[in-house]
Every structure is written in C-alpha cells, then in structure tokens.
Ligand binder design. Structure first.
Ligand code: COA
Length: 706
C-alpha cells in the first residue's frame, strides 16, 4: 500500500513538480537542453527551476549547478538532456539526491540496439536501486497545460483543455500538437512514453483516472507489454472516464508457425482487439476519429440512451446524417405529440415533423432555434445533432449563440454539424464557447456522437457483475499428462491425451478405448456399441484423415475388421516412421451443430479463448469470437451471441436448437484449463458437437510449450 502511494506521488511529480532540474541545460539556443529550459522559464511554470551544467555558471539568467547534488534545495523532477553515455552517472546522482521522478529525453538506448540496449538496462537498474520512477528514455517529455509545465523541446504548447494524450511516438506528439493548435483542441496533458523502460501507459492511465482536469484519456500505442495488467487497469479506469486508443500495426500478420485453427485465426491484432473490447477501451482507426470523439467526451455529457434527434435546414445533409446514424447504431427518438404540435406553430407545413427534423431552407435563425429548443426538451430525445447550412436568410452566428445558451442548460449532449461557408470558423468559435464541438462533415459528427453512446453502453456492461465460475476439476491428472510429455520431450499431445486433459476438466468426450490388436478392437467396439469410429493414435500424425487413418460409421464387426486393417496399411505406407500408441475405438456420436472452441497463448495478453461455428464457417467466414481469460459467465454468453452464425445455434427455420448452456460451460471450462496451465500454447476442440441437450468434444488437438 505504502509503495503504491509512493509510486503515485512520483508520477504526480511528472505533472505537478514544485521544482524542476534540467540536467544538460545548454547555453546554446539550438540545443535540446536549452529549449527545454527555455520552455520551463518562459512557458509560465511557477515552480523553481535549476539548470544543471558543469560547463556553465548561468543559463537564461538562472544560476547553474554542476550537478543535482550541488543544489541546496529539494528537487521534485529532473529532466535529462545529456548524451546517453552520461545518463547512468546522472541517474546515480539523481538517486543520491533523492529525486523521485525523472524524464530521460536523451536518445541512444534500446531503440539503437547493442550498446544502447545495455545502457538502458543500466539506467533501469540504477532507477530501481534508488526507487526513481522515470519516463523514457528517448522521449519528448510532458506538457501539463493546467500547471503551465512544458518539459519538452517543442516550440509551442497546446491549448488548455480536458483531453489527455499519451503517445508512444514522439514525432506523432509534435504532429498532434500542431494540428491541435490549428483545430483549437484543448489538452490537459501531453505525454510521450518513449522507450517505456519504466513508466508506461498503464501507470499513466491509472494516474489520469483521478486527474480532475482530464475528462478523457487518448492513447497512441505501438505495443502493450503487460497485456493482462493493461486489461485489469483499463477496466477500472474506464469506469471513471473514457479511454480512446489508436493501436498502430493492426494489419501485421502473426509469423508464428501455428498448426491449430485457433492459432491461424488469431492474427497479431486479435489479442489487442479482444483486450480493448473486454476492458471497455474504445478503439479508433484514424487520428481524426480519435480526436473527434475525444472532443465530444471532453465537452459534452454522456447521453442516457442511443435515442438521438437530428435537426437540419437542408434535406441532403439530413439524409447523410440519417444514413451515418443508422450505420453507427444510433436510434431516432420518436417526437412526442406535444413536440409535434409545438413545431406546427412555427414551421411551414411542408417541413418534416418527424425525426430527422428538416426545418427547411425557409427557416431563419429564430425558427430553427425554436425547433431546436422544442426537440431538445422532448423527454424522448436524449441528445441532438444540430446541422446547419449557411443560407442567406440565416444568421448562423446568432443561431450558434442561441443553441449554445440552451445546450448548456440541458444535461443532454449536443453535437454540431455547421457546414462550411466563409464564417464557419467564427461560428465554430462561438459554439466552442458553449462547449459544443462542431464537425463540418456529417459522418464525423455522427461517429463522435455514436462514441458517446458506446461509452454509455460500456459503462452499463462494466458495472454488471462478472461471475467467473471455478469448476471442480482434476488438475493433478492434467499435470501428470504434461509431466509425461515433458519426460518424453514431446510438445504435441495425441488426440487421446488431449481428450484426457479435457475429461479431467469435465468436458465430455465420446466413449473411447485405445487398443493394440484387432481382437481388442472387436471387444472394445462390442462394449462401446456400434456404430463406432476408428482412429490412429500417434503423436507424429496430425492430419489423420488425410492419410486414411480415420474410419467412421463402422456398423458391425465385419466392417470393423476391414477398417482396422486398412488403417494399419495406410499408416505403414504414408507414415512408416510414426510412433504409434495404438488405435482408438470411439463411440460414433450422432451429428449435431458443429462448433469450435479453441485456445491460444499470446505473448503479451496470455491465454485467449476462441469460439466459433465449426466446419466451413470457421474456415471460410472466420466467424469467431475471442476473449482474454478468465472468461466470466456473461462474457461466455456474449461470445456465443456475437458471432454471425448465432442464429444457426439458436435453431432458425425449424432447425434443432443447440444447447447454449452446454457451450457456455465448455467455454468456461476451457478458460479455466488455460488459466491453470499456462504451458498450453494451442488448443482446438473441433468439432464440439452440440445437441439439444449437451454434446461432445469429438476431436481435440493440443500443444504445450515448456
Ligand atoms: N551534467 C549536466 N550537463 C552536462 C554534463 C553533465 N554531466 N555534461 C555535459 N553537460 C552539458 C554540456 O556542456 C552541454 O551544455 P553546453 O552546450 O552549454 O556546453 C549540454 O550538457 C548538452 O550536452 P551536449 O554534449 O552538447 O549534447 P547535445 O545537446 O548535443 O545532445 C541530447 C544531447 C540528449 C539532446 C542528444 O544526445 C540526444 O539524445 N538527442 C535526441 C533527443 C531526442 O530526439 N529524443 C526523443 C524525442 S521524441
């Protein structure tokens, strides 16, 4: 607890230091250390500033010290701008001086490999030794607009606002900073993570969750190294404020050599996509989309529901907004009778009196405003997108003021779509005064609004109880199977071994027996009951059917004898070197709905469970859902219902309905197995046949890594 409190205050000093030292405060105006000092001195920061430079007595009129150790007072934050080889020594001195927080701007660390990586490990060690928390190395620094603190070497500072931006790329920070200024976007904090050798996005999200000036957290990420911790933390943070992310590199395909369906379906991006979804983090795919939504979150309340009203003075824009609204999951509020009657009082008879409301080009600002006021006060309307075209009879500036006045009175979101004309910038400035973000493109306005609705739903979901069921299982039994595999230096389980693992976790498989002779096979088939299936049991043969080592629907002893001999012949011919454990005689279960349940281990996010329809659906349509384990009851239910083929399982058009509870339980049991045995690298139950009541894991594959 104490450690946590300390850690938190160390991060607080990144933004709220009482005093800052710039180590490497150069005398020369073209150098980074000079620029950092300049930004601190002239950026309005009110704390104490200590330039550190052994080669100078004074920089920018401030007394210089040869080392932080020579500063007589306490220092909260040290910004390092000396060449990388000097950083370890500087870090030592920072530790000796008891400075809790540092920003390492210097490059030349892990990003250059070799010696640089070694230097980075060195500074991590020193920081650990002294308990220093640091941002970077190779980073741009931080800007806190509310404390007028700028520790970067940027030539400008962003506008004050409520959006926190955390970026893994320094270059993107500069680009966003400039674009933000052009578009007048306000930021609370601007942070570049650099190499993330210590402080990472998780630490910062946790801190910003309680930062009163930050209403929305935006992230640009290239990787997440502590995936599980990210999910856990993000879920807590999202309950307090929205988190929006752009994750770069989403098209990159995994290069892992995978042999399971699940593995081949899980590209590099699946774990990220799944983790964001599960933690309630909203993903954007473009930078403008990220900040459009961020502006809406920073300035407007969250709607009570997806029921929106759209008002325009131009039919075409109305259609564009309507299309976009439908595509983005918004619902059109139905106006009350009272609203319609009211509208009739001032709108021309040829106006539409339905939502979306077109007040027509005949409406001046007074008429438009009256309509706006009427619909926003309708109890059926939970928010408004207000669009306007610059027409001769309309004074848009006046309209913006009128709308702004009312919008600030109601607790419903209002998003602007005032579209163009010479005065649009002026109109946008007026709207901004009333905290109404404006988008000159209808789709952008709708998408921003839709994210407010999405967040509302995320909050509802996150606040529902998550019940992770723990089943009574035979963990020891599974451990023994894996121990044997390790002893035999094997990573791939046979189908029978995989099924034994599943059985130990209460997953029902068709009855089976492994035999070593034809006579044993005949006896086993009698006991199990015809029809049966014969399959080769070998760790070396993965694709059994391809070489004729599986025979199904064997209805009697005569057929069994033939099938048995055929399998032996085929294996001798196609896989003469394969180690054979025997032949399994299996109960031939009735056909049902075929689904697949799988597992894969992601290097950052750990085990993921997959669910989908089996057969061609999984191969062609890739209609699958993933979750990071452990999977709660509700998540398992959602996995089943979110695939496109859900209706097939529910039994449409007279088809038999599949036992959804059985699927749900199997997903949860697989989740528990993957949680308990982190050595499982791949797992496929394919197919799991699902009947009206229950079902069977008909085939299984599993691989472990140790
Ligand atoms: N403590 C404090 N200051 C020291 C010092 C020490 N032990 N040793 C030297 N200095 C002073 C130098 O005298 C110099 O000041 P001066 O110009 O008045 O003489 C100042 O520190 C800077 O040192 P210098 O050797 O001139 O380095 P530099 O300014 O050319 O480069 C970096 C330093 C950190 C800027 C450079 O190494 C670097 O990493 N650049 C890239 C930064 C970057 O892009 N980061 C990522 C952003 S996204």
């Amino acid at each position: 607890m104490e450690e946590k409190l300390m850690a938190k205050s160390a991060i607080d000093k990144l933004f709220n230091p009482k005093s800052v030292a710039v180590v490497g405060a150069s005398r020369h105006s073209g150098k980074i250390g000079h620029a950092v000092l300049y930004n601190l001195v002239y950026g309005g920061y009110r704390g104490k500033i200590y330039p550190i430079n052994p080669n100078a007595n004074e920089v920018l009129g401030l007394q210089c010290y040869p080392s932080v150790l020579k500063v007589p007072e306490e220092i909260d934050l040290a910004v390092i701008t000396v060449p990388s080889v000097l950083v370890p020594q500087v870090m030592e001195e920072i530790g000796q001086k008891n400075i809790s927080t540092s920003i390492v701007i210097s490059s030349g660390f892990k990003e250059v490999g070799g010696e640089g990586a070694k230097l980075e490990r060195e500074i991590v060690e020193i920081a650990k030794k002294y308990g220093i928390r640091f941002l970077g190395p190779n980073c741009f620094g931080v800007i806190d607009t509310w404390n007028s603190l700028n520790t970067t070497f940027s030539s400008q500072s962003p506008l004050k606002g409520h959006i926190a931006f955390i970026s893994q790329s320094g270059a993107l920070c500069v680009a966003i900073l400039n674009q933000g200024l052009m578009e007048k976007i306000g930021f609370s904090k601007f942070i570049n993570l650099g190499n993330k050798a210590d402080i990472d996005e998780i630490d910062l999200m946790e801190y910003l969750a309680d930062d009163p000036q930050t209403k929305v957290i935006t992230l640009y990420l290239e990787d997440i190294r502590q995936g599980r911790k990210f999910v856990r933390t993000a879920r807590k943070v999202v309950k307090k404020k929205p988190v929006l992310v752009i994750k770069a590199g989403r098209t990159e395909e995994g290069e892992k050599a995978v042999s399971s369906h699940t593995g081949s379906l899980a590209g590099m991006d699946v774990a990220y996509e799944t983790a964001f979804k599960q933690s309630g983090v909203i993903r954007a795919y473009r930078i403008d989309e990220l900040f459009d939504a961020a502006e809406a979150f920073a300035n407007q309340p969250i709607p009570k529901s997806e029921k929106v009203a759209i008002i325009t003075n131009g039919g075409g824009v109305g259609v564009l907004l309507t299309d976009a609204a439908s595509l983005n999951g918004l619902k059109f509020a139905r106006f009350s009778q009272k609203t319609i009657e009211e509208l009739h009082k001032f709108l021309p008879p040829f106006a539409s009196f339905r939502n979306p409301l077109d007040v027509t080009g005949n409406a001046n600002e007074e008429v438009y405003f009256n309509a706006f006021k009427t619909i926003i006060n309708d109890p059926n309307v939970d928010g408004v997108i207000t669009a306007s075209l610059p027409l001769q009879i309309m004074d848009e500036r006046k309209l913006a003021h009128l709308i702004g006045e009312v919008a600030t009175q109601v607790k419903k979101p209002v998003i602007g779509c005032f579209m163009g004309g010479e005065e649009v910038e002026e109109v946008e400035d007026i709207l901004r005064k009333y905290n109404i973000p404006n988008y000159t493109e209808p789709e952008r306005a709708v998408k921003a609004y839709a994210k407010l609705v999405r967040y509302k739903k995320i909050l509802e979901e996150l606040n529902m109880e998550e019940n992770v069921v723990t089943f009574d299982v035979n963990r020891k039994g599974v451990a023994e199977i894996f121990k044997k595999l390790r002893e035999e230096n094997r990573t791939r389980l046979t189908e029978i071994e995989a099924k034994q693992v599943l059985e130990n976790y209460g997953i029902i498989v068709p009855k089976y027996r492994v035999v070593k002779s034809l006579e044993e096979a005949v006896e086993a088939a009698e006991d199990i009951g015809y029809p049966v299936v014969l399959k080769i049991v070998s760790p070396d043969i993965i694709h059994k059917s391809d070489i004729g080592a599986v025979k199904i629907n064997i209805i009697d002893e005569k057929k069994l004898r033939v099938a048995y001999q055929e399998i032996i012949r085929n294996v001798k011919k196609h896989a003469p070197k394969a180690v054979v454990h025997g032949i399994s005689v299996q109960e031939m279960v009735p056909s049902g709905i075929e689904v697949i349940i799988g597992g894969i281990k992601d290097p950052q996010f750990g085990p993921l469970v997959m669910f989908g329809l089996g057969g061609i659906y999984v191969e062609i349509f890739r209609d699958v859902a993933f979750r990071v384990t452990p999977v709660s009851e509700r998540e398992a239910e959602k996995m089943i219902s979110e695939i496109r083929g859900y209706n097939i399982i529910r039994g449409v058009r007279g088809r038999t309905r599949g036992d959804i509870n059985f699927i749900k339980e199997t997903i949860m049991r697989v989740s528990q197995l993957l949680e308990d045995f982190k050595e499982i690298s791949e797992l496929d139950i394919n197919p799991l046949t699902v009947h009206e009541k229950g079902g069977f894991a008909v085939d299984a594959r599993m691989k472990i890594k140790y």
